[in-house]
Design a protein around this ligand. Sequence first.
Ligand code: 9GP
Length: 819
Amino acid sequence: MRDNVFNKKVFIKSVKENLMTQYRKDLSTASNQEIFQAVCISVKDVIMDEWLATQQTFAREQPKTVYYLSMEFLMGRALGNILLNLSAYDEVAEALQELGLDINAIEDEEPDPALGNGGLGRLAACFLDSLATLGYAACGCGIRYRYGMFKQQIIDGFQIEVPDNWLEHGYPFELRRPEYRYEVKFGGHVEQEVDENGKLSFVQKDYRSVWAIPHDMPIVGYKNNLIDTLIIWDAEAKEVFSLDSFDKGDYQKAVEEEMLARNLVDVLYPNDNHVAGKELRLKQQYFFVSASIQRAIERFKQKNDNLMDMPKKIVFQMNDTHPTVAVAELMRILLDDEHLEWDEAWEITTHCVAYTNHTIMAEALEKWPIEIFERLLPRVYQIIDEINRRFVLEVQARYPGNDEKIRKMAILYDGQVRMAHLAIVAGYSINGVAKLHTEILKKQELRDFYEMFPDKFNNKTNGITQRRFLGHGNRLLAKWVTDKVGDKWYTDLSVLKELTDYADNPKAQEEFMEIKHKNKVRLAKYIKEHNGIDVDTNSIFDVQVKRLHEYKRQLLNILHVMYLYNVIKENPDVDIYPRTFIFGAKAAAGYETAKKTIKLINNVAEVINNDSSINGKIKVVFIEDYKVSNAEMIFAAADVSEQISTASKEASGTGNMKFMLNGAITLGTLDGANVEMYDEVGADNIFIFGMSADEVIEHEKRHDYNPIDYYNNDPQIKKVLNQLIDGTYSANDRELFRTLYNALLHDKEADKYFILADFRSYAKAQQKVNRYYQDKNSWAKSAILNVANAGKFSSDRTIQEYVDDIWHLDKVKIDNTGA
Ligand code: 9GP
């Protein structure tokens, strides 16, 4: 079936037919968007067969399924990825070419479904790709936000947020399934009732409720006929609001339910590593979690009649604290709807839920005021109260008389519900996302819990899918790798090790650098089209793309550019190899310091790029609207990957791995997964600088860091900082960057992220980069060795570890010959 559809002739015929039936147009009159939709319909034909075959196999074999609960799935465009995984990319590209169409232009018609903020959401997307490819039954569960991550425009150097209406033209790969809807209830109060057998039950009364309507998205495994599902839940009013209700006396209720449904899934909160604590967000969390658990249990019951067997068939992985209300919701359903006893329900829950922690940033660990929680989810709150009561007794038994332990560990404390604690108490597995991060969790942030439940804690270092970030994003390098080591790397990235043999080979080095250059030309074209800036494709492409956050230290990078500019101005003959500093980052809409940093980068760019006296030695580019689709192109073109977070703050990072896989050399701190990248690639092929995590943590404990010393003792640092407020980069408004200046020198927690402390060591590492690049062979060798040693960072490896240690899923084979 699949071969048939992707046969060039058949495919072209099918696209033409779709154009006719959908739009009554032929190729000469159809727009690229219409052709894109027509192509997707043809591709969907294939998917539907395989999807059905997969679901039938799952129904028959009943494999254990992981429900990956995540508020965010940053999927990126689907078409190219699906074609690649169906092994049909080249055929379709050729077919389109025959029609005079460029596949890239057709792919560009797809909006980026940006239902996530950054690393956390993109990780979830990579995980689904790996789960399907490795042959596991998995169901991603998330929210169908009507507006995903905002589109970023840069106007006069400032970030402007524009709503991202990704559903404007309809999304071709989603399938609305109203027949599998569930009711989700909010508010009201709980009444106790006694049934005819004298059994006490709890009933939620006077609530408002909505329907959760699932939309299925296919997750296509690589060449294995298996298609998993990502369910994103939409909200609809239960009763369409009608004036009739007025007479029936529930007019108010109908209006409220309509409003609730309308607002619930409107928009993704655009914060990364920070929670706003808004009531609507708690509603969103409960909404998708409740619907997902209801669905999982209903499916389970279709083939099983003993709920105690649930842990053999279901695991709920909670992606960060966001979906951890799952613990109490699962308990509620088991107690109130399934009428189990507390101990039975607890036994099931504590063997079905597992929790991944993705951050140590205190502001990102969700806590809810009890008042909001109790009002919104009265029954769920009662259950949390009881879980807490029992847990506190356990702590007291273990540490008699130690009230400090209760203060630190209780789930309910100081008027708040601490969601991480709920997840840890109930979860049978707690994992961090890189070795260093997990150690910090064990030794610092979650130390008391680790002491009490050491066996629950484990590490799962993150990974990325090589299929999207090499196979699709860098087709030239993908082909080069395949020519050298065969195509096994698509499903076994450890094969890349074999590239080691080529690292010293001058011809291979030349080929490699030629590919890098072509990718730089491609990016330069994009920059010209989108930013109107000409960049020198022979310069070093030095790239920092990621969310804008103080701990990620884009400010360190741009301060160093300002310093470099001063050096060149003072000594025009200084040995500086041409360098293009490329930034891309979105700042949360309400995050002022982050937005100011974007403005600073753009103002510095404006001054430096227009100063002809420096002969184009350095340039600065801020790429507008950084997102998954342009990210693929950026990774492919990078020479230097900036991973410069304050040590201990970046839980893992995954952009670092994407750069490495594309042969960029990392300039970074020993933070997050950089540590493991260093171990893999060796000290000669990575540029490390800055304080260690232990040093940072020590300073934080002792409160003995004083950035003013660096300012006073280092004239070049002083000069750069003064330039923030002397009009060098803000001629019309000297106060524009005062907040950044104060944040570094004068605020209460001045230079919280140790920028000045690490500045000199960073500048030194940058100098090393400058020299090393001029030794072309050594650079090429190191770049190839980065690719060769990226094998560990495949999400296939990560997922296999989750399966072996936490999920214990069964491998499934899909026989699709009959379809
Ligand atoms: O900040 C972490 C990032 O380091 C990590 O790579 C990613 C995936 O594990 O999660 C990010 N965390 C969050 O966005 C919020 O916890």
